[in-house]
Design a protein around this ligand. Structure first.
Ligand code: PLP
Length: 406
């Protein structure tokens, strides 16, 4: 394998072997485990310089502010974006809601179209439904081909009347990577803006907002080694400058009067109230850890493990794997014939293998796949072939327990 996963696992306290042996974590698409470097950075903040930011003039308040703003610059650099466009949010969902409300309510009208894909996570579907209901805009979806790739053959037609294209970069179910740069070019030709849901791509491949050509990029810290409760919306500064705030409160204002208020400049205009300072500092540590391992290597490692996992599972009689047969990310959804995913997951847990079972916040996609739910195994930089072996052995056990034919 490309990465020294066994050695990297030593950096993650939760993944270390116990006297009972080693458990295998295959649910990193839901959330990733945290390395010592991140845990220490967060602890250091709370133990040594915990203070609110942008307010106090005493020493530790200055240090907290400095580190928080340093985190903004480091994370912006990680995605090749202007730091003035980097807004800290709670997660991807909040980042997408920010754009849906702050941009959508003022820029969408009756008959306008928001173009998504047929495989969107509910976080990149429901906010648009809410805003469409209030503005009279409509949703439309780019269809998928048999393997789950976007079918772009009718893209020019699909772009008719479109004001916003909001698409995921990497699927959280199918293991596909969407050709975002190509879609963004076509969208810009018709004057539409492009939001990329990077929740599953930013953690596992090099992502550069200039190369993608997107106007907005949303992602979550907890899916890339950072703590929960910190996420990012990056937006082009000139677009953000024209948008009204999403949330009002302290920190985001210039002058406040009973008659009205003025706003701070971006990005602070979009950060109402006390931010998650420890989370941002943890995200900076996570980004530094990922850069040290190397995003290119992480992407290749995941591809190799994802392909291996899909191939090995496909070889088992009665196991159906969704998504492409060729190149894919390390996210593999599957079903075992006649066995409910929750039962599969429970047997796997008894074998010391943790996977996710359910609809993975993708109900419309599961309807398209004609199943109510699926099992999902997802790898990250701390997994290796041994983990794939353990998964396959555990699925074999499911086949035995439930007497799956074949
Ligand atoms: C593709 C995709 N988009 C959005 C989200 C939402 O992320 P969060 O729950 O951190 O807001 C997820 C999380 O599973 C995801 O996989």
């Amino acid at each position: 394998m490309i990465l020294p996963a066994r050695r990297l696992r030593e950096d993650f306290p939760i993944l270390r072997s116990t006297e009972k042996g080693r458990w295998v974590y295959l649910d990193s698409a839901a959330t990733t485990q945290k390395p010592e470097a991140v845990l220490q950075a967060v602890e250091d903040y709370y133990r040594r310089y915990n203070a609110n930011v942008h307010r106090g003039v005493y020493r530790i308040a200055a240090e907290a502010t400095e580190r928080y703003e340093e985190a903004r610059r480091r994370v912006a650099q990680f995605i090749g974006g202007d730091p003035r466009g980097l807004i800290f949010t709670r997660n991807t969902s909040e980042a997408i809601n920010l754009v849906a409300y702050a941009w959508g309510l003022d820029n969408l009208k009756e008959g306008d179209v928001i173009l998504l894909t047929a495989a969107e996570h509910h976080s990149n579907l429901v906010p648009w439904q809410l805003v469409a209901r209030r503005t009279g805009a409509r949703l439309r979806a780019i269809p998928l081909d048999e393997e789950g790739h976007l079918d772009l053959s009718r893209l020019p037609e699909l772009l008719d009347g479109v004001k916003m294209v909001a698409i995921s970069h990497a699927s959280n179910v199918l293991g596909t990577v969407n050709p975002v740069a190509e879609v963004a070019r076509a969208a810009h030709e018709v004057g539409a803006l492009v939001l990329v849901d990077g929740a599953q791509s930013v953690p596992r491949m090099p992502v550069d907002v200039q190369a993608l050509g997107c106007d907005f990029l949303a992602f979550s810290g907890h899916k890339m080694l950072a703590p929960m409760g910190i996420g990012v919306l990056w937006g082009k500064p000139d677009i953000l400058e024209k948008m009204e705030p999403f949330l009002g409160g302290g920190e985001m204002i210039g002058r406040v009067d009973w008659e009205g208020s003025t706003w701070r400049e971006i990005p602070w205009k979009f950060e109402a109230g006390t931010p998650n300072v420890g989370g941002a500092i943890g995200l900076m540590a996570a980004v530094e850890y990922l850069e040290k391992v190397g995003m290119e290597a992480i992407a290749r490692h995941e591809e190799a493990l994802g392909e291996l996992m899909a191939r090995r599972l496909r070889e088992l009689p009665g196991v159906k794997v969704y998504g492409p047969s060729g190149t894919r990310t390390g996210i593999v959804a599957f079903n075992v014939e006649g066995v409910h995913p929750h039962d599969v997951s429970q047997v796997l847990d008894e074998e010391g293998v943790a996977i996710r079972a359910g609809h993975h916040c993708c109900q419309p996609l599961h309807r398209l796949l004609q199943v109510g739910s699926s099992c999902r195994a997802s790898v990250y930089l701390y997994n290796d072939e041994e983990d794939v072996d353990r998964l396959v052995e555990a699925v074999q056990k499911v086949r035995e327990v439930f007497r799956v034919p074949g």
